[in-house]
Every structure is written in structure tokens, then in C-alpha cells.
Design a protein around this ligand. Structure first.
Ligand code: ADP
Ligand code: ADP
Length: 219
């Protein structure tokens, strides 16, 4: 269980980006957090990922308090952030250095197959389209089988067709190990397509406004 208990973030310039934010996300649940720009969505994801510490309040994953980046928590950003000096396959296997080479290769091959990029294993990131690069980023984030995967506007930079395609790939890969997903997006339709539950953040920084259950079936 991922738990945020009264998480407050005040930046040094006194902007109160999160105010007593409380949220529990069950294992395997897909929660979308929607809200306008500036309402604290990225701040929230940085707190959950351990990239930034809250001013007050705690983020728990099971029995652990998250205070720094953690192997059980993966993150996908709007841009793929692939390492340009590594091939596609090396990028996907980057977080698996601790595994024996055969297992690493097998997991990478499987993940690339799932995102339809088996034929791109040996190419450099600069040779990929934006959508292909983001598919590699999804594979890389899921291949270590994190308990929680955070997604910060992961499809916003893509055209509508590519976005739909990637949502399918994400759900496909998610089904392998069913991690908890926390998706931040300004795209309400995307939230409805992907999420079990939608949390709306108000423009007033960090205030949780309303929760609705998405009752549409996933594609
Ligand atoms: P209250 O005075 O009861 O906290 P609110 O309108 O602030 O009234 O909150 C109503 C509900 O929404 C409560 O269950 C509260 O926990 C939740 N809530 C409000 N704001 C937030 C927030 N920023 N983060 C998480 N939960 C919130
Ligand atoms: P969102 O992702 O919803 O657009 P952010 O979490 O990026 O919102 O920002 C929430 C608020 O915190 C905004 O008012 C923003 O200007 C402010 N903010 C974000 N990052 C910083 C920072 N590093 N220093 C100061 N203020 C920040």
C-alpha cells in the first residue's frame, strides 16, 4: 500500500505547493491525478518518488518511509530521458545490472517485444521517433518490476494516435506484474481510459477536490 499522510510542501520562496495531502493507493490500483497547471501535481510525484522531500508529512510504501529514490518506485517523465550513449536494449536493461546476464537479456527482450520494438534493440535513441522513445522509457521503467510506477504527463508530447497506442502498450506491460500506477495528467480523457480512480486537484495548490470512480472498462 502506498500512503501519503498530510504531505505538505512549501518551497523556499514560500509557495505552498501541497497542503496536507492525504491519499492511499492500494496495490495494483491505477490512480490518475488530474488538475490544472501549477496545482502541485509534479511536486506530488517528486515527493512520492523520493526525488524531493516534503516539508511536513510522510510518504509510506508498505512499512517504509520514502525519503529518497527507491528501487521499488519507478518514474516516467514527459520526455523519455534515454541515455544517448546506450543502445535501446542497453537503456532498457540499465536498471538490471545486478542480475545475471542471461536473465537480464531475457527480461529486456520480453519488454521490447511487449512494446513492439524488438527490431530496434540495437539502435541508438536518436534514431527513434518520439513515440518509440517513450515506449522504450516505459519498458525501462517496468522491467525491474517496481511496486509503484509514477507517470508525469507521460503522453502529453505525443500526437493523438501515438498516445492511444502507448496507452495500450502501458496497460499490456502493467498486466505483467500489476504495479500500483500513479498517473499525473491534465488530460481527463486519458485518466478515464486508464484509471480505476481519479483524484482531482484544485487550482488552489495541493487541495484535493473530489474523487470519482471511473466505471468505463479499460480498452
Ligand atoms: P476538512 O476540513 O474536513 O479537511 P476539506 O474540504 O479540507 O475538509 O476536506 C474534505 C475531504 O477531502 C477530507 O476527507 C480531506 O481529508 C480531503 N482533503 C481535502 N484536501 C485535501 C488535500 N489537499 N489532500 C488530501 N485530502 C484532502
Ligand atoms: P503542476 O505540476 O501541477 O503544474 P507544480 O508541482 O509544478 O504544479 O507546481 C506547484 C506550485 O509550486 C506552482 O505554484 C509552482 O510555481 C511552484 N513550484 C514548483 N516547483 C518549485 C520550485 N522548485 N521552487 C519554487 N516554487 C516551485
Amino acid at each position: 500500500m502506498l500512503s501519503l499522510a498530510r504531505v505538505t510542501k512549501v518551497y523556499p520562496n514560500n509557495v505552498r505547493a501541497l497542503e496536507e495531502f492525504t491519499l492511499d493507493v492500494a496495490p495494483g490500483e491505477i490512480v490518475a491525478i488530474v488538475g490544472g497547471s501549477g496545482c502541485g501535481k509534479s511536486t506530488l510525484l517528486r515527493a512520492i518518488s523520493g526525488l524531493d522531500r516534503p516539508t511536513k508529512g510522510l510518504v509510506h510504501l508498505d512499512d517504509e518511509v520514502i525519503t529518497q529514490p527507491h528501487e521499488k518506485i519507478g518514474i516516467i517523465f514527459q520526455e523519455p530521458r534515454l541515455l544517448p550513449w546506450l543502445t535501446v536494449a542497453e537503456n532498457v536493461g540499465f536498471g538490471l545490472a545486478h542480475l545475471p546476464a542471461t536473465e537480464r537479456k531475457e527480461r529486456v527482450a520480453r519488454a521490447l517485444d511487449r512494446v513492439g520494438l524488438t527490431d530496434k534493440a540495437g539502435v541508438w535513441p536518436r534514431e527513434l521517433s518520439g513515440g518509440q522513445a517513450q515506449r522504450v522509457a516505459i519498458a525501462r521503467a517496468l522491467v525491474p518490476q517496481p511496486e509503484v510506477l509514477l507517470l508525469d504527463e507521460p503522453f502529453s508530447a505525443l500526437d493523438a494516435f501515438t498516445r492511444t497506442d502507448l496507452q495500450d502498450h502501458l496497460l499490456d506491460l502493467w498486466a505483467d506484474s500489476k504495479p500500483t500506477l500513479v498517473l499525473v495528467t491534465h488530460d481527463v480523457e486519458e485518466a478515464i481510459v486508464l484509471a480505476d480512480r481519479i483524484v482531482v486537484m484544485r487550482p488552489r495548490p495541493g487541495r484535493l477536490f473530489e474523487e470519482i470512480e471511473a466505471d468505463l472498462p479499460r480498452p
